[in-house]
Write a protein that binds this ligand. Sequence first.
Ligand SMILES: [Zn+2]
Length: 246
Amino acid sequence: MAGGLVIRDAGASELSPEAAAMKNVSNTVAGLGLAADPSAVAAATANRSGARSSRDLARDAKTLIVSASIAGNDTAAEAKAKADQAAAEKAAQAKAKAEAAAKAKAEAKRRAIALAHRWVMPLSGYTLTSGFGFRWGKMHPAQDLACPVGTPVHALSSGKVIFAGWSNEGYGYMVKIQYWDGTVSWMAHNSRLLVSLGDRVVPGQTVSYSGSTGNSTGPHVHLEIHPGDGSAVAPRTWLAKRGVQL
Ligand SMILES: [Zn+2]
């Protein structure tokens, strides 16, 4: 070919209008036997190579997918962190709730025990007569409480009836109660008993009605206190230490 210039023929669809025009110019130049302008040829070639190869596109897509995956991992990690935090908060709330419930339960138990272990008066109305000590040269191990026949006699605290019946030793109808702390009370000369052996009693429960049965010179309650079911002690002193002023 004249001029020696060869421009590979390209389909019109691959060329921009400018490149197509350039091709025509080149052909014309070639036809004229003149050298083509190198920059014009380069422009035409660049235009063709401007379309990116499918391999390039695939590589770019892969990069994007990898980036998206990393971004996806980040989001999942954040979601997990949030879920973990929410679970931790929920657990903390449940723990606080359980602790509050346990505290309330312990408080209720404490109150119930305090209520069951409280000490109360044996009678609501009485007159102190013979006290604990020697009387006419003989030991009187009790506090006598004069009161009308039929006055309700109360358990001093929570306990169990260990004797309820007629005494052959001069006490008449008697009730013995062993309390929660081991102390035993004797309440003698009753006219009537309301409890039986083995009965459980609560503070203030009426266990008998007062009287003058057995060796008694008049209606009264003969009250003895035996700590640990042992020797009798002064009832007023013992009760005073427990907040009960006879
Ligand atoms: Zn007495």
